[in-house]
Design a protein around this ligand. Structure first.
Ligand code: MLT
Length: 260
């Protein structure tokens, strides 16, 4: 868990699968420098947060995040969710909408999985427990997580993402896959949200492509779509300057504003 806190308006950044809070670090630093109190937890099963003993669900992840906000004495927060972090954001909207002041959906999806995708997740979960994850998960995912510009021009980012995937534990990977497999469709909860929203997507995201993200922006009451150049699915670590600028605009539109 990384907390950067100049004690001002709070923003919660939720990470993707199968990485951890470090994927948000370059954006967190920039938002903190602009005066926001930035909270970046490791979701259950990743980084420093252990796998929960309970049945896998995105609601359990959301409950743990709420516990973290309680510990930090944060009542209401603007939330940005990257991919799996977006699914947790949507679970927060289902269980504690009064705690959320604004939403940023970053390279994520509002729909539940189709049956084949669900089956694949359950197979990956079983394989992770059987074989471990370090090799097959890096091979299966790295090409889709980062875009071509990152692959050719940012070897340090590719190396960092690879390291995060390697450090994900088989138990954490399996638990998260089962949690994501069971998540419901969230279109209703997103269209009911009446705060400020933004959808941010890497131009070269092949997991959550731009046309799907445009549909998500269209169902938000007050939402806009921002396409991040030279980024794939992990846009916050691939082009942090552009993602931090997009989130600063969104936070500025949302209030409460950053004050001295
Ligand atoms: C992620 O980046 O969190 C994953 O692509 C989410 C998913 O598997 O649906």
């Amino acid at each position: 868990m990384v907390t950067v806190e100049p004690h001002r308006a709070a923003v919660l950044l939720l990470h993707a699968f199968p990485v951890d809070a470090r994927v948000w670090a370059p954006v967190a630093e920039r938002l903190a420098a602009r005066g926001y109190r930035v909270v970046v937890p490791d979701l259950p099963g990743f980084g420093s947060t252990p796998v929960p003993p309970s049945e896998a669900s995105v609601e359990v992840m959301a409950q743990q995040v709420l516990g973290e906000l309680d510990r930090l004495d944060i009542d209401r927060v603007a939330v940005a969710g990257l991919s799996m972090g977006g699914y947790v954001l949507m679970a927060l909207l289902r269980i504690a909408p009064h705690r959320i002041s604004a939403i940023a959906l970053v390279d994520t999806k509002m729909t539940a999985d189709a049956e084949t995708a669900r089956e694949t997740r359950l197979e990956v979960a079983a394989r992770a427990e059987r074989e471990g994850t370090a090799d097959f998960l890096v091979e299966a995912m790295i090409g889709n997580l980062v875009g071509p510009a990152t692959r050719s021009r940012q070897p340090a980012v590719v190396a960092e993402v690879t390291q995060m995937i390697r450090q994900a534990t088989p138990a954490g990977v399996a638990w998260a896959q089962r949690a994501m497999a069971g998540r419901p469709d969230s279109q209703g909860v997103l269209s009911a949200f009446d705060g400020v929203g933004v959808v941010v997507v890497g131009a070269d995201d092949v997991i959550s492509p731009v046309d799907e993200q445009a549909q998500m922006a269209a169902i938000l009451a007050d939402g806009e779509l921002i396409v991040i150049p030279e980024a794939g699915h992990l846009s916050p670590i691939e082009n942090p300057v552009a993602v931090a600028a997009a989130l600063s605009d969104w936070l500025g539109r949302s209030g409460p504003s950053v004050t001295e």
